[in-house]
Design a protein around this ligand. Structure first.
Ligand code: G3P
Length: 286
């Protein structure tokens, strides 16, 4: 059962419906699930096909992703489901829009994941006006968080997720949890159309700190949720301290009413992450 004092929503970060079933059983609740091209490439059925040298056609891989989403939906019919478009640095806005509108028909609870790059933000601006919910992914800076807020201004409460990738900042010696704190502070007087979804969770410490630092949602690999369950599903308060010795990111006071094009959305980790998602997806296709 969900602990009474837990305000943060808990999502599973996985492309495997079998894991959805297992984690739901283990925790007794699950608020949603996030997927991405790398996680779909790791799906055991997809892996089996690759081992047999039987790669997917472009159409088959799309159908495979849709099937995974439909299977997850039958297990958590009320759960939020994040589905990611294919994008690399050259993908056109029109192409992102076509994919997003299509994927949005796969589930009533869909949030379409778009990268925080120029074309992704342009697409987000259009899609949120159409009422499509989005999950803006590969966030590594407050400037990007402000741009997302501004590009999607006017959207309904909780209809936009912002996904800061804490583990990938930690990998570079930078405290990813300090970005969650800073964005939480930046958004403190917001109209709540954007929810903070703490992502790239690599440890129980990341999960607990995300809860303590006020993330609205945290998406967590099955392995870490098993550790949380084993520890009795603790819910820390604001006094919880993230223990890693890493360099904190300094807080920037930004005016989120400013046009999103005024923010610096470039980040090397976003570029690298985009490339990795594209490579993992392409590894599945003939
Ligand atoms: O939720 C985003 C996540 O899947 C990325 O995690 O561990 O590859 O940085 P990671």
């Amino acid at each position: 059962m969900k602990p009474d004092n837990l305000k943060t929503r808990i999502f599973l970060d996985s492309g495997n419906p079998e894991e959805t079933r297992e984690i739901l059983e283990l925790l007794g609740f699950l608020d949603g699930q996030t997927t991405n091209p790398s996680l779909i490439a790791k799906n055991p059925e997809a892996q089996k096909r690759l081992e047999l040298g039987d790669k997917f056609s472009a159409e088959e891989v799309n159908d495979f992703y849709k099937d995974v989403i439909e299977k997850i939906e039958t297990i958590i019919p009320e759960g939020s489901l994040s589905i990611e478009v294919y994008a690399d640095k050259d993908t056109l806005v029109e192409d992102i829009l076509t994919q997003a509108r299509q994927m949005n028909t796969w589930s009533d609870n869909a949030y379409i994941k778009l990268p925080i790059i120029q074309s992704g933000l342009e697409a987000a601006e259009v899609l949120t006006k159409e009422g499509v919910r989005v999950n803006m992914t590969l966030c590594f800076s407050q400037q990007q968080a402000a741009a997302v807020y501004s590009a999607t201004a006017g959207a309904r409460a909780d209809s936009v997720y912002l996904s800061p990738f804490v583990g990938r900042l930690d990998d570079k010696g930078i405290n990813g949890m300090s970005l969650i704190k800073n964005i939480h502070n930046l958004y403190k007087n917001s109209d709540k159309h954007v929810s903070i979804l703490s992502a790239s969770i690599r440890s129980l410490d990341h999960l607990l700190a995300s809860i303590a630092y006020g993330a609205d949602i945290v998406t967590v690999p099955g392995k870490i949720l098993r550790q949380w369950a084993e520890a009795g599903m603790p819910v820390p308060d604001e006094s919880y301290k993230y223990s890693a010795e890493l360099e904190d990111i300094e807080y920037e006071d930004l005016d989120m009413q400013s046009d999103w094009k005024n923010f610096n959305i470039q980040h090397n980790l976003t570029d690298a992450g985009l490339q990795k998602f594209a490579d993992d997806w392409n590894s599945l296709v003939k």
